[in-house]
Design a protein around this ligand. Structure first.
Ligand code: SF4
Length: 303
Protein backbone atom coordinates (compact mmCIF):
# COMPACT_ATOMS: atom_id res chain seq x y z
CA UNK A 1 0.00 0.00 0.00
CA UNK A 2 1.43 3.40 -0.87
CA UNK A 3 2.09 6.07 1.75
CA UNK A 4 -0.76 8.31 0.62
CA UNK A 5 -3.28 5.49 1.02
CA UNK A 6 -1.84 4.60 4.44
CA UNK A 7 -2.29 8.21 5.57
CA UNK A 8 -5.85 8.33 4.24
CA UNK A 9 -6.74 5.08 6.06
CA UNK A 10 -5.23 6.29 9.33
CA UNK A 11 -6.99 9.62 8.97
CA UNK A 12 -10.34 7.85 8.75
CA UNK A 13 -9.58 5.50 11.63
CA UNK A 14 -8.53 8.37 13.94
CA UNK A 15 -11.21 10.85 12.81
CA UNK A 16 -8.43 13.20 11.81
CA UNK A 17 -8.17 16.10 9.41
CA UNK A 18 -5.01 17.40 7.80
CA UNK A 19 -4.56 21.14 7.45
CA UNK A 20 -1.71 22.48 5.33
CA UNK A 21 -0.37 25.97 4.93
CA UNK A 22 -0.03 27.46 1.45
CA UNK A 23 3.76 27.25 1.80
CA UNK A 24 3.89 23.49 2.36
CA UNK A 25 5.34 21.02 -0.16
CA UNK A 26 2.99 20.27 -3.11
CA UNK A 27 2.42 16.63 -2.06
CA UNK A 28 1.52 17.77 1.48
CA UNK A 29 -0.92 20.36 0.12
CA UNK A 30 -2.46 17.68 -2.11
CA UNK A 31 -3.14 15.24 0.73
CA UNK A 32 -4.58 17.93 3.03
CA UNK A 33 -8.30 18.36 3.64
CA UNK A 34 -7.78 22.10 3.56
CA UNK A 35 -4.99 24.34 2.35
CA UNK A 36 -4.90 27.99 3.32
CA UNK A 37 -3.23 30.76 5.25
CA UNK A 38 -3.13 30.93 9.02
CA UNK A 39 -6.55 32.57 9.46
CA UNK A 40 -8.28 30.19 7.03
CA UNK A 41 -6.73 27.19 8.76
CA UNK A 42 -7.59 28.43 12.28
CA UNK A 43 -11.21 28.84 11.18
CA UNK A 44 -11.26 25.36 9.62
CA UNK A 45 -9.84 23.84 12.79
CA UNK A 46 -12.76 25.33 14.75
CA UNK A 47 -15.43 24.45 12.19
CA UNK A 48 -14.54 20.76 11.98
CA UNK A 49 -16.71 19.68 14.91
CA UNK A 50 -16.41 15.93 14.21
CA UNK A 51 -12.63 15.86 13.96
CA UNK A 52 -10.85 14.47 17.01
CA UNK A 53 -7.33 14.94 15.69
CA UNK A 54 -5.90 17.84 13.68
CA UNK A 55 -2.61 17.27 11.89
CA UNK A 56 -1.26 20.77 11.35
CA UNK A 57 1.18 20.74 8.46
CA UNK A 58 2.82 24.09 9.03
CA UNK A 59 5.07 25.68 11.64
CA UNK A 60 4.93 25.83 15.44
CA UNK A 61 2.88 28.98 16.04
CA UNK A 62 0.07 27.85 13.73
CA UNK A 63 -0.30 24.50 15.49
CA UNK A 64 -0.22 26.33 18.82
CA UNK A 65 -3.06 28.61 17.72
CA UNK A 66 -5.11 25.58 16.65
CA UNK A 67 -4.47 23.92 20.03
CA UNK A 68 -5.45 27.11 21.88
CA UNK A 69 -8.70 27.41 19.93
CA UNK A 70 -9.51 23.69 20.07
CA UNK A 71 -8.56 22.49 23.57
CA UNK A 72 -10.80 19.42 23.24
CA UNK A 73 -8.99 18.18 20.10
CA UNK A 74 -5.58 16.60 19.70
CA UNK A 75 -3.43 18.94 17.62
CA UNK A 76 -0.34 17.33 16.13
CA UNK A 77 2.68 19.04 14.56
CA UNK A 78 4.39 16.42 12.36
CA UNK A 79 7.85 17.94 12.82
CA UNK A 80 8.86 19.74 16.02
CA UNK A 81 11.74 21.37 14.16
CA UNK A 82 9.26 23.31 12.00
CA UNK A 83 9.67 26.56 13.88
CA UNK A 84 9.12 30.02 12.49
CA UNK A 85 12.14 32.25 13.21
CA UNK A 86 9.96 35.36 13.10
CA UNK A 87 7.73 34.00 15.86
CA UNK A 88 10.77 33.71 18.14
CA UNK A 89 11.57 37.41 17.65
CA UNK A 90 8.86 38.78 19.93
CA UNK A 91 9.45 37.87 23.57
CA UNK A 92 7.22 38.55 26.56
CA UNK A 93 9.98 40.75 28.01
CA UNK A 94 9.94 42.87 24.84
CA UNK A 95 6.17 43.35 25.14
CA UNK A 96 6.44 44.27 28.83
CA UNK A 97 9.24 46.73 28.08
CA UNK A 98 7.19 48.40 25.33
CA UNK A 99 4.13 48.56 27.58
CA UNK A 100 6.06 50.51 30.21
CA UNK A 101 7.06 53.03 27.53
CA UNK A 102 3.58 53.26 25.96
CA UNK A 103 1.13 52.27 28.72
CA UNK A 104 -1.94 53.48 26.77
CA UNK A 105 -1.11 51.79 23.48
CA UNK A 106 -2.89 48.51 22.74
CA UNK A 107 -0.67 45.56 21.85
CA UNK A 108 -1.45 43.91 18.51
CA UNK A 109 0.49 40.76 17.76
CA UNK A 110 0.74 39.01 14.46
CA UNK A 111 -0.35 35.35 14.68
CA UNK A 112 3.29 34.61 13.86
CA UNK A 113 4.12 34.68 17.57
CA UNK A 114 4.39 32.04 20.27
CA UNK A 115 1.48 31.47 22.67
CA UNK A 116 3.15 33.35 25.54
CA UNK A 117 3.42 36.53 23.43
CA UNK A 118 -0.22 36.22 22.36
CA UNK A 119 -1.18 35.87 26.02
CA UNK A 120 0.40 39.28 26.69
CA UNK A 121 -1.38 41.00 23.82
CA UNK A 122 -4.74 42.73 23.49
CA UNK A 123 -5.58 41.28 20.10
CA UNK A 124 -4.02 39.16 17.36
CA UNK A 125 -4.01 39.75 13.62
CA UNK A 126 -2.96 37.96 10.46
CA UNK A 127 -1.52 39.46 7.30
CA UNK A 128 -5.04 39.15 5.84
CA UNK A 129 -6.78 41.23 8.52
CA UNK A 130 -4.02 43.36 10.15
CA UNK A 131 -5.38 46.60 8.63
CA UNK A 132 -8.94 45.93 9.83
CA UNK A 133 -7.75 44.87 13.30
CA UNK A 134 -5.73 48.08 13.77
CA UNK A 135 -8.57 50.17 12.33
CA UNK A 136 -10.98 48.61 14.83
CA UNK A 137 -8.98 49.89 17.81
CA UNK A 138 -9.86 53.17 19.46
CA UNK A 139 -6.23 54.32 19.69
CA UNK A 140 -3.87 56.37 17.55
CA UNK A 141 -0.69 54.63 18.72
CA UNK A 142 -0.36 50.87 18.52
CA UNK A 143 2.36 48.49 19.69
CA UNK A 144 2.72 45.98 16.87
CA UNK A 145 4.99 42.97 16.40
CA UNK A 146 6.98 41.10 15.42
CA UNK A 147 6.99 41.92 11.69
CA UNK A 148 8.23 45.44 11.10
CA UNK A 149 7.28 45.37 7.41
CA UNK A 150 3.70 44.35 8.06
CA UNK A 151 3.53 47.06 10.74
CA UNK A 152 4.82 49.68 8.28
CA UNK A 153 2.28 48.57 5.70
CA UNK A 154 -0.54 48.83 8.25
CA UNK A 155 0.64 52.34 9.23
CA UNK A 156 0.62 53.40 5.54
CA UNK A 157 -3.01 52.27 5.12
CA UNK A 158 -4.48 53.28 8.48
CA UNK A 159 -2.47 56.46 9.14
CA UNK A 160 -1.99 55.31 12.75
CA UNK A 161 1.31 55.44 14.59
CA UNK A 162 2.75 51.94 14.73
CA UNK A 163 5.53 51.20 17.22
CA UNK A 164 7.31 48.03 16.08
CA UNK A 165 8.15 45.50 18.78
CA UNK A 166 10.92 44.57 18.42
CA UNK A 167 12.15 47.40 16.19
CA UNK A 168 13.73 44.96 13.75
CA UNK A 169 11.37 41.91 13.40
CA UNK A 170 11.27 40.28 9.97
CA UNK A 171 10.62 37.16 7.92
CA UNK A 172 13.94 35.96 6.45
CA UNK A 173 12.19 34.41 3.45
CA UNK A 174 10.21 37.49 2.42
CA UNK A 175 13.25 39.75 2.74
CA UNK A 176 14.83 37.78 -0.11
CA UNK A 177 12.55 39.54 -2.59
CA UNK A 178 14.33 42.51 -4.13
CA UNK A 179 12.73 45.29 -6.19
CA UNK A 180 15.53 44.99 -8.80
CA UNK A 181 14.59 41.34 -9.55
CA UNK A 182 10.95 42.34 -9.94
CA UNK A 183 11.83 45.26 -12.24
CA UNK A 184 13.78 42.91 -14.52
CA UNK A 185 10.83 40.49 -14.61
CA UNK A 186 8.49 43.39 -15.38
CA UNK A 187 10.63 44.31 -18.40
CA UNK A 188 10.57 40.68 -19.56
CA UNK A 189 6.82 40.31 -18.90
CA UNK A 190 5.25 43.76 -19.36
CA UNK A 191 1.74 42.27 -19.30
CA UNK A 192 2.21 40.67 -15.85
CA UNK A 193 0.60 41.86 -12.61
CA UNK A 194 2.92 41.97 -9.59
CA UNK A 195 1.53 40.59 -6.31
CA UNK A 196 3.63 40.70 -3.14
CA UNK A 197 3.13 39.82 0.52
CA UNK A 198 3.11 42.66 3.12
CA UNK A 199 6.05 40.94 4.88
CA UNK A 200 8.20 42.12 1.94
CA UNK A 201 10.30 45.27 2.36
CA UNK A 202 8.95 48.76 1.67
CA UNK A 203 11.04 48.95 -1.53
CA UNK A 204 9.61 45.67 -2.81
CA UNK A 205 6.05 46.64 -1.91
CA UNK A 206 6.48 49.88 -3.88
CA UNK A 207 6.94 48.01 -7.18
CA UNK A 208 3.85 45.83 -6.65
CA UNK A 209 0.41 46.22 -8.22
CA UNK A 210 -1.22 44.25 -5.43
CA UNK A 211 -0.19 43.70 -1.79
CA UNK A 212 -1.89 40.98 0.21
CA UNK A 213 -1.76 37.81 2.26
CA UNK A 214 -1.63 34.45 0.47
CA UNK A 215 -5.41 34.02 0.75
CA UNK A 216 -5.91 37.47 -0.76
CA UNK A 217 -3.44 36.69 -3.54
CA UNK A 218 -5.33 33.49 -4.40
CA UNK A 219 -8.62 35.42 -4.55
CA UNK A 220 -7.09 38.25 -6.55
CA UNK A 221 -5.47 35.88 -9.07
CA UNK A 222 -8.82 34.14 -9.62
CA UNK A 223 -10.86 37.33 -10.03
CA UNK A 224 -8.36 39.47 -11.94
CA UNK A 225 -8.53 39.84 -15.72
CA UNK A 226 -4.76 39.53 -15.82
CA UNK A 227 -3.44 36.29 -17.32
CA UNK A 228 0.10 36.54 -15.95
CA UNK A 229 1.40 37.25 -12.45
CA UNK A 230 4.79 37.88 -10.86
CA UNK A 231 4.51 36.48 -7.33
CA UNK A 232 6.39 37.82 -4.29
CA UNK A 233 5.77 35.33 -1.52
CA UNK A 234 7.12 31.95 -0.45
CA UNK A 235 7.48 29.54 -3.37
CA UNK A 236 4.96 26.99 -2.02
CA UNK A 237 2.04 29.23 -3.01
CA UNK A 238 2.85 28.58 -6.67
CA UNK A 239 1.36 25.08 -6.41
CA UNK A 240 -2.04 26.36 -5.27
CA UNK A 241 -2.06 29.33 -7.67
CA UNK A 242 -1.32 27.09 -10.67
CA UNK A 243 -3.77 24.40 -9.54
CA UNK A 244 -6.62 26.88 -9.10
CA UNK A 245 -5.85 28.87 -12.27
CA UNK A 246 -4.58 26.41 -14.89
CA UNK A 247 -5.19 28.90 -17.70
CA UNK A 248 -3.02 31.61 -16.09
CA UNK A 249 0.76 31.97 -15.79
CA UNK A 250 2.61 32.52 -12.52
CA UNK A 251 6.26 33.54 -12.21
CA UNK A 252 7.98 33.55 -8.82
CA UNK A 253 9.79 36.85 -8.22
CA UNK A 254 12.78 35.02 -6.71
CA UNK A 255 13.32 31.26 -7.05
CA UNK A 256 15.21 30.97 -3.78
CA UNK A 257 12.34 32.29 -1.64
CA UNK A 258 11.82 29.01 0.15
CA UNK A 259 11.02 28.82 3.85
CA UNK A 260 13.05 25.82 5.06
CA UNK A 261 10.83 25.48 8.13
CA UNK A 262 7.68 25.02 6.07
CA UNK A 263 9.37 22.30 4.00
CA UNK A 264 10.20 20.11 7.00
CA UNK A 265 6.77 18.48 6.90
CA UNK A 266 6.88 15.46 4.61
CA UNK A 267 4.37 12.70 3.91
CA UNK A 268 6.52 10.32 5.96
CA UNK A 269 6.36 12.67 8.94
CA UNK A 270 2.60 13.10 8.58
CA UNK A 271 2.20 9.32 8.57
CA UNK A 272 4.34 8.84 11.70
CA UNK A 273 2.65 11.76 13.41
CA UNK A 274 -0.82 10.28 12.82
CA UNK A 275 0.22 6.71 13.68
CA UNK A 276 2.01 7.58 16.92
CA UNK A 277 -0.03 10.70 17.70
CA UNK A 278 3.03 12.88 17.94
CA UNK A 279 3.95 15.64 18.45
CA UNK A 280 1.00 16.66 20.54
CA UNK A 281 0.80 20.42 21.09
CA UNK A 282 -0.17 21.30 24.66
CA UNK A 283 -0.43 24.85 25.90
CA UNK A 284 -0.84 25.39 29.67
CA UNK A 285 -4.35 26.72 30.30
CA UNK A 286 -3.00 29.76 32.19
CA UNK A 287 -1.30 30.88 28.95
CA UNK A 288 -3.94 29.47 26.59
CA UNK A 289 -6.80 31.41 28.16
CA UNK A 290 -5.34 34.88 27.52
CA UNK A 291 -4.02 33.85 24.11
CA UNK A 292 -7.48 32.50 23.19
CA UNK A 293 -9.09 35.80 24.21
CA UNK A 294 -6.66 37.68 21.92
CA UNK A 295 -7.40 35.32 19.02
CA UNK A 296 -11.16 35.45 19.58
CA UNK A 297 -11.10 39.27 19.63
CA UNK A 298 -9.45 39.06 16.21
CA UNK A 299 -12.24 36.84 14.88
CA UNK A 300 -14.81 39.42 16.02
CA UNK A 301 -13.28 42.04 13.71
CA UNK A 302 -14.96 42.10 10.28
CA UNK A 303 -12.46 41.72 7.45
S1 SF4 B 1 7.69 32.18 5.63
FE1 SF4 B 1 8.60 33.56 7.15
S2 SF4 B 1 6.95 34.02 8.59
FE2 SF4 B 1 6.33 32.18 7.40
S3 SF4 B 1 7.02 30.45 8.64
FE3 SF4 B 1 8.67 30.89 7.20
S4 SF4 B 1 10.01 32.29 8.33
FE4 SF4 B 1 8.07 32.25 9.43
Amino acid sequence: MDLTQKILDLKKEKKAIILAHNYERPEVQDIADYTGDSIELSRKAMEEKDAEVIVFSAVDFMAESAAILNPQKKVLLPCTGARCPMAQMLTVDEIKRAKTLYPDAPVVVYVNTLAAAKAHSDICCTSANAVQVVQSLDAGTILFGPDRNLGEYVAEITGKKIISIPEWGFCPTHLLFQPEDIMILKIQHPDATVMVHPECSYETRKVADFIGSTSKMCKYAKESNSKKFIVGTENGIMHRLKKENPEKEFIIAYDGAICPNMKLTTLERIYTSLKEEKHLIKIPETVAKNARDALERMFEVKS
